[in-house]
Design a protein around this ligand. Structure first.
Ligand code: FE
Length: 138
């Protein structure tokens, strides 16, 4: 499914009110409030078409189907980002855990977390909320 990105005058929204105007409540809750969708409920955990996964906030291409793998965790999982520069990592000590949060480098939106239990060649598992993503078929 190709989503179309609403923006404010073709700019990335600058205020939370602007973000609320362009995102669905579910997207807002994940991207801007760092929420997590329930496992096995999102649009892409079981999605296998070839193409690019883009940020639902700003449209930046973040991951490709080539690096997607079936993790069994109920969220879309990738062993690497399209490019290291596309995502940023932050220490997240919330919920009594020490995790690495992943955000979109272009708009700062929360995407999910990266864990060191993925497959080769990287050994990483980018565990990403479907609500943070859109998809462009190849
Ligand atoms: Fe973004």
């Amino acid at each position: 499914m190709l989503r179309h990105y609403k923006t404010v005058n073709n700019q990335i929204p600058q205020t939370e009110d602007e973000w609320k105007g362009v995102l669905t409540p579910e997207q807002y809750g994940v991207l801007r409030e760092k929420g997590t969708e329930r496992a096995f409920t999102g649009e892409y955990w079981n999605h296998h078409e070839p193409g690019a996964y883009v940020c639902a906030g700003c449209g930046a291409e973040l991951f490709t189907s080539d690096a997607k793998f079936d993790s069994g965790c109920g969220w879309p999982s990738f062993y690497e980002a399209l490019d290291k520069s596309k995502v940023e990592e932050h220490i997240d000590n919330s919920h009594g855990m020490r995790r690495i949060e992943v955000t979109c480098a272009a708009c700062g939106g929360h995407l999910g977390h990266v864990f060191p239990d993925g497959p080769q060649p990287t050994g990483l598992r980018y565990c990403i909320n479907s609500a943070s993503l859109g998809f462009k078929a190849k």
